[in-house]
Design a protein around this ligand. Sequence first.
Ligand code: WTA
Length: 640
Amino acid sequence: MTNKITSLTEYLKAYQESIAHPDDFWAKIATTHFWRKSWDQVVKWRFDGDQAPDVQWFVNGKLNITENIFERQLFMRENQTAIIWEPNDPKEKEIYLTYGELFEKVNQFANTLLKLGVKKGDRVAIYLPMVPELAISMLACARIGAIHSIIFAGFSATALSDRIVDAQAKVLLTADGGFRGNKTIALKEISDEALETSPTVEQVVVLKRTGESVSMKEGRDIWWHDAIKNVSTENTAEVMDAEDPLFILYTSGSTGKPKGVVHTTAGYMVYSEYTFKNVFQYDEGDMYWCTADIGWVTGHSYIIYGPLLTGATTIMFEGIPTFPDAGRFWDIVDKYKVNQIYTAPTAIRALMAQGDEWVTKHDLSSLKVLGTVGEPINEEAWRWYHEVVGKGHCPVVDTWWQTETGGILIAPLAGITPTKPTMATLPLPGVQPVLVDQEGNEIKGNGVQGILCIKHPWPGMLRTTWGDHDRCYQTYFSMYKGLYLTGDGAKRDEEGYYRIIGRIDDVINVSGHRIGTAEVEDAINQHPKVVESAVVGYPHPIKGSGIYAYVIAEEMADAQKNGLEDEIRDTVNRLIGPIAKPDVIQMVSGLPKTRSGKIMRRILRKIGEGDATQLGDISTLLDPSVVEEIIAGAKVEVKR
Ligand code: WTA
C-alpha cells in the first residue's frame, strides 16, 4: 500500500524527513491523490500576526475528495465492500454497500441536493442516526461542494438550532426517528422544534427509519424516498479548491457557545488517509470497525473519510455496546471477523464492568489492532483491553487528537511502535509537539510535564472557526505566540513518549465527549429558580469524568422536596442533550468567590474529587465559610 510505513526504522526516517523538509514530505504523499490541478506551493502558514492563523496546504490545487474515494479507485474496487451497516437490532438485516453501489447512491443524492437548490459553498445540516444515508449524504455534499455540518443525533432541539443558525444552513437532513438500544429518538419532532428558531432552513429531507408518524410541513418537508425518485445516479464532481471548506463540526470550548471548527478539502483528505493507514496498519482486505458516531470527529475521519480514501471496508454500527446485551461489540467482531477495532475508554470500562465472560465466549481471533480515543485511558482498562480482548497479542493503539486536529497526532503505529500502558507514545510524521510552562516557555528534554502545544502546521488542522476567525485565533493561537494550544496537559517520559493527562481548561471529558462547563452552567441558570451555578468535572469510574454541579437556588429549603434537582437535569437535557446532564447536583447557599467576584473553581474541583486536604489559600475569599458548608454537604466523601 502506498505511503505506508512498515517498520520502526522507516517511521524514524519518515519522522525526521517530515521535520527537516515538511514540504517535500507531504508533497510526496499527496502525489498519490487525484488532482484536477496540482498545487503551486505545499504549505503557506502563519500562526501569529495579521489575519492569523493563516494556514494553507496545497495552495491552488484543485480536486474533489469524492473523486479520490471513487474515481481514483473504482477500477479496482467497484465490487469490494465499502461500508457494512450493522443495525441497532441484530434481528434486522445488515447492509453491504460496494464502492460501486455507494458511488451511485452518493451521485444520486448529490443530484438530489442540486435539485433542491443546494449550491457549492452552501451549508447542509445533517441530523441523522447512524444509517447508511448519513454516510451517503455527507459524501453527496462533498461531491457538489456543499459544506456539511453534522449534528450528533443525541443533541436537543436548542443545541440543533444553535448550530443550524450559526452555520446558516439552507437544508436540513433528518429522519422520522432513530433507534438507540431499546429506545427511539423522535428526530423529526426535535427538528420541528429546532426549526421554529432556525429561519435559514428552506428545505427538510426526512428519511423513514423508525416508521413513527411525523408531521410534514407542506412546501418545506419532503420524504427522502420521494426526493431521490427518478434522480440520476451519474454526477460529475464539482471542482474544489484545496482550501475550500469541506465541513463544519461544532465542538465545546471553555467559554461561550460551541464553535464551528472548519476543515478544508485537500489537507484534511491527505491527512485522514495517511493517518488511517499508518496508525491502524490497514492491509488490503482487512475488516475495520470504528464504534464512534459520525456525529463526532472520530466518525468523520475514521469511519468515513480515512477508511474510504484508503479503499478499506468500514463498518458502521447503529446501536450501542450494551444492546441487546453486553456482548454486542464482540458479536459484531465475531460476525464480521473484524481486524481493527477502534473505540473509547469509556466503552472499554463499561464492558469491563460486565465481566469477562461476555468477551471470552466469542471468537475474537480475527483481531489484530485495538484502538482507543477520546480521553486518557487508565491502566486497568488498557490492560483489560490488551489481555482479555486482545489475548495479549494485539497492540493497543492509544490515539490522541481533537476535533480541531482533523486526524490523529500522537499514537503508536500498530505493531511497529512499542507500546506502554496509558501512553499515546510518539508523534506521527509531520507533527511537532512541544510542552510549555504557564508562561509559554518551552520545556525541553525528557521526563517532563507541561501544556501541550504544536509548533508547525499539519495538513489536517483546522483553518478557522465558522463565521468568527478571530475566535479561532483567540482560542488556539493567542495564548502562546507561534504555537497551537491544544488545551491538554501532557507528560513526556524518559524515552520521549507522550502521555496525555487531560484538559487544563474548563472543558470536561464525559464519556469521551467534550462538554464546556460554561455551557452547562448557562443551561442550569436558565431554570427560573436557579440563582447561580458552578460546574466542574469529578472522577467517574465509567465516564472518566462526571459532571458535578453546585447550585444556588432561590428558595433553598424547598429545593429538595420540590424535585428541583430533577427539574435542573431536565433543563440541561432540553437545552443541550442527555450527555450534558449533571451526575451530581449539590445545593449550596453560596459559592467560593474572590473579592472581585470570580468563582474559585479550583476549590470546587478539589471538593468534587473528594480531597479537601490541600485547598490552598482560601483567605482571599469573600466568604471563606461557604467552603466549610460545601464540604459538609458534598455528595461525595471528602477527605479533610
Ligand atoms: C481528549 C476526539 C487522552 C483530549 C478525537 C482532547 C484524549 C479531547 C485522547 C478532544 C487520548 C482525545 N488520550 N485524551 N488518546 N484522545 N482526548 O475534540 O482532552 O472530541 O483535547 O476529539 O479529548 O476531544 P474531541
